[in-house]
Design a protein around this ligand. Structure first.
Ligand SMILES: [Zn+2]
Length: 338
């Protein structure tokens, strides 16, 4: 009896062991299948990702995919594919779009903004310059001729203090001597226009062409000083005014030649007399009040030459007076950028 029982127990034990071994084998196979499936899936995903990146990259930039691949091969292979693509295509995008200015890169947005602020020329703008004296807007245009000079920074300080933008009709030869002051005036929002290069009447008025030549020379000096190669004010003020005097017939022909070259010109309708012997504040007041009478818009002629210290002393009084009379201050930039 005991022997028979023992045999049955032995039989059960062997049966149990067989079941455990079978279950273990099944579990091991399952684990192996799961691991292999996982590895295959991972590889498939990675392959798909790599292919889709290459295709979308080529479509976005619109260039030959071979070019992209070639450029990528020259870059650091440790970087991610997307980063390498970005580096590779940026120069392509810049080259293509710099011609038509239609991209969204900040560098070119800035360039477009700069261009939209540059002075423009059109028949309409030229007409507005001519009509600047006749508008009933109660505006004062402060204009300074013959600079820049060592005196100009004092003028700029005063204008800054009152938050006023003026117009500077500069001489090319002085711009060449004081490029930093010219740049400061430009960067502060003042309008930089041309008053020729030499201011020597016998030179600039030797022919209509020499007027245009001096305009171009002065603009080249301005471009270099302010660091804007495409800058052109399209605005000229004739030394001594655009009419009358010994050179009146040359001035008349020069006006047409300038117009043919998209350059308009302006004079003034209010004077301080600071270049005609007025060297006291009282004399300047008399001149301003007598010449301003009857006009709503005032283009006031002043000079920021080196010897005009009385003009600098007079300037704050002049500004405060017209502010008190309800005038607005403007400059030609407002007209030339419309
Ligand atoms: Zn002058």
């Amino acid at each position: 009896m005991y022997k028979q029982l023992s045999y049955i127990e032995e039989y059960d034990k062997v049966k149990k062991n067989k079941i455990v071994i079978f279950c273990s084998i099944i579990a091991a196979i399952t684990i192996i299948i799961v691991v292999i499936t996982g590895l295959l899936t991972y590889q498939l995903i990675m392959n798909f990702k790599a292919n889709s990146t290459e295709v979308s990259g080529a479509k976005t930039i619109g260039v030959d995919q071979n070019n992209v691949t070639q450029t990528i091969d020259n870059t650091n292979s440790n970087e991610q594919p997307e980063e390498r693509l970005a580096q590779a295509v940026l120069p392509e995008i810049e080259d293509t779009t710099s011609k038509n200015q239609t991209n969204n890169f900040p560098k070119h947005d800035f360039s477009i903004a700069m261009q939209s602020q540059l002075p423009q020329y059109s028949e309409e703008i030229a007409q507005k310059v001519v009509n600047v004296y006749y508008e009933k807007a109660k505006k004062v245009y402060l204009t300074f001729d013959d600079g820049p000079s060592k005196r100009t920074p004092e003028v700029l300080d005063i204008l800054d203090r009152y938050g006023i933008k003026a117009t500077f009709f500069v001489l090319g030869k002085n711009v060449a001597n004081y490029p930093e002051i010219t740049k400061r005036a430009y960067d502060s929002g003042h309008f930089i226009a041309s008053h020729g290069y030499t201011h020597t009447y016998s030179q600039i008025y030797s022919s209509p062409q020499t007027v245009l030549d001096e305009y171009n020379q002065s603009v080249a000096a301005i471009q270099s000083a302010i660091g804007v190669p495409e800058y052109n004010p399209h605005l000229f003020r004739f030394p001594g005014g655009s009419a009358g005097g010994r050179y009146s017939s040359i001035k008349k022909e020069a006006i047409q030649l300038l117009k043919d070259n998209q350059i308009t010109h302006t004079n003034w309708n209010c004077l301080t007399g600071d270049s005609a012997g007025n060297n006291t504040i009282e004399a300047m007041w008399n001149e301003v009040l007598s010449t301003a009478a009857g006009d709503d818009n005032l283009v006031i002629l002043m000079h920021d030459a080196g010897d005009k210290e009385v003009t600098v002393q007079f300037l704050p009084q002049l500004i405060e007076y017209f502010q008190g009379q309800g005038y607005e201050f403007s400059n030609y930039y407002e007209i030339m950028t419309q």
